[in-house]
Design a protein around this ligand. Structure first.
Ligand code: C5P
Length: 219
């Protein structure tokens, strides 16, 4: 049996990649599978939460009937959906791999191949999680970090900069962890705790994350 501590709570989760259109047939994207976010959504729903899942393009489908899915394509669409629901949620978990930049203009027609060089101008996308931190009232806010150096130090800095309550540090060095894989290896960091976990399935990682959230913030 599992915890039902999230009964009556609303949990907003972002998942998957975003696609930033170059023209009608091309985009800038990344290899995020959405598995971490969908695992968190299933686990939170099993524990009694009403889940609002805002997902970029992925082949995954939610299973639990307590999950309301809102599918989006770009970072701007994701931001709009997040802020439609943010005020009503008790917990927000940002697991989406949002593209940092988008093409400044999207061509109306397919771009023809011509010269040897083609320059795309990119502009910064909104940092959705940072904006959630700025607008935070009573929500417990959870983010992810993927660092290549001074991992813990940089994750703690992100925790403070984005006004988060908890940050999940993904290990990049571990084989089988992170993007596209079914497994992940994480450290879970709050203002007053730091826990390391072994390589596990993303389903198990979702349980570890929700256990930590319940222990720290649902006493
Ligand atoms: O700053 P960085 O991209 O490393 O932060 C990662 C965290 O911020 C993740 O939780 C990710 O979902 C979130 N994020 C976001 N919007 C962005 C960039 C990152 O919500 N544009």
């Amino acid at each position: 049996s599992f915890s039902r501590k999230l009964t009556g709570k609303t949990v907003l989760i972002t998942a998957g990649p975003t696609y930033e259109a170059i023209d009608p047939v091309r985009f800038i994207g990344n290899h995020s599978s959405g598995k971490m976010g969908f695992s968190l959504a299933e686990e939170a729903a099993k524990r009694g939460a009403r889940v609002i899942l805002i997902s970029g393009p992925t082949a995954l489908k939610p299973e639990h009937s307590n999950i309301d899915i809102h599918r989006v394509t770009s970072a701007k669409e994701m931001a709009n959906q997040v802020f439609n629901y943010y005020e009503t949620c008790d917990f927000a978990i940002a697991s989406a791999a949002v593209a940092d930049y988008a093409p400044e203009v999207t061509a109306d027609e397919k771009i023809k191949k011509k010269e040897d060089h083609l320059t795309l101008n990119l502009v910064k996308n909104p940092d959705i999680l940072k904006a959630m931190g700025e607008r935070k009232k009573n929500q417990i806010l959870v983010g992810f970090a993927l660092e290549t150096q001074n991992e813990v130090e940089n994750a703690k800095e992100k925790l403070n900069k984005k006004n988060l309550d908890l940050i999940v540090l993904n290990s990049l060095r571990e084989a089988g962890a992170g993007f596209g894989h079914d497994t992940n290896k994480v450290k879970i960091i709050t203002q007053n705790s730091e826990k390391s976990f072994g390589l596990k399935s993303k389903k198990e990682v979702a349980r570890d994350i929700l256990n930590c959230i319940e222990d720290e913030f649902l006493k």
